[in-house]
Design a protein around this ligand. Structure first.
Ligand code: ADP
Length: 189
């Protein structure tokens, strides 16, 4: 099973992905976590992408697609499925993803779109900044991340709506309510 989580920064994708992956035995694939890990390790990729992430911009598609290809090969057979958190993030990545999945005789089963308003996003990111100390969690960088989301990522909402695989959920609810909604969406697949 292939599930994609779509939503702006602060929508709760990571939190929900953690809950859902445990209950549904899915592999949690977070591009953000993998990229931050590369920075921490000071790997070749990490050095290339640090300033991009800290400016709130998107890392190049080529790097991302390579990471996705590796994860698909390693994790598909080991798990009931994969939950993609933070990928795809633009139309080119969506196209690249489709090709990779076709090669593996797979398709996206469900895209869960978490809806949340801007005021709440700012509140949550400020809270996370004080808890996790991520370099990209400050109001200036957040503006750029939101901008990128609106310009690059939201076109995917229409794309997946047309394919009839999009489910939109209210991300302003309590964590457990969002998880329940997500769980139901997955059970309906
Ligand atoms: P959030 O969704 O809260 O912004 P993420 O952890 O998903 O946080 O992403 C953090 C940063 O990692 C992004 O702002 C971007 O720089 C980079 N990133 C994550 N996923 C991708 C992707 N699929 N393509 C390009 N860059 C990405």
């Amino acid at each position: 099973m292939i599930v994609v989580l779509l939503g702006p920064p602060g929508a709760g994708k990571g939190t929900q992905a953690n809950i859902l992956c445990k209950s549904k035995e899915l592999f949690h694939f977070s591009t953000g976590d993998i990229l931050r890990d590369e920075i921490k390790k000071k790997s070749e990729i990490g050095q290339k992408i640090e300033s991009i992430i800290n400016a709130g911009k998107l890392v190049g598609d080529e790097i991302i697609i390579k990471i996705v290809e590796k994860i698909l090969s390693e994790e598909l057979s080991r798990n009931k499925g994969i939950l993609f958190d933070g990928f795809p993030r633009n139309v080119d990545q969506a196209r690249g993803f489709e090709e990779l999945l076709k090669k593996k005789k797979q398709k996206i089963d469900c895209v869960i779109h978490i809806l949340i308003d801007e005021e709440e996003i700012i509140k949550r990111i400020q809270k996370r900044q004080s808890e996790e100390n991520r370099d990209d969690d400050n109001v200036d960088v957040l503006k750029s991340r939101l901008d990128v989301y609106l310009k690059e990522t939201t076109p995917l909402i229409d794309l997946y709506k047309k394919n009839n695989i999009l489910k939109t959920l209210d991300g302003m609810q309590a964590i457990e309510s969002v998880s329940n909604d997500m769980s139901k969406s997955i059970d309906e697949i």
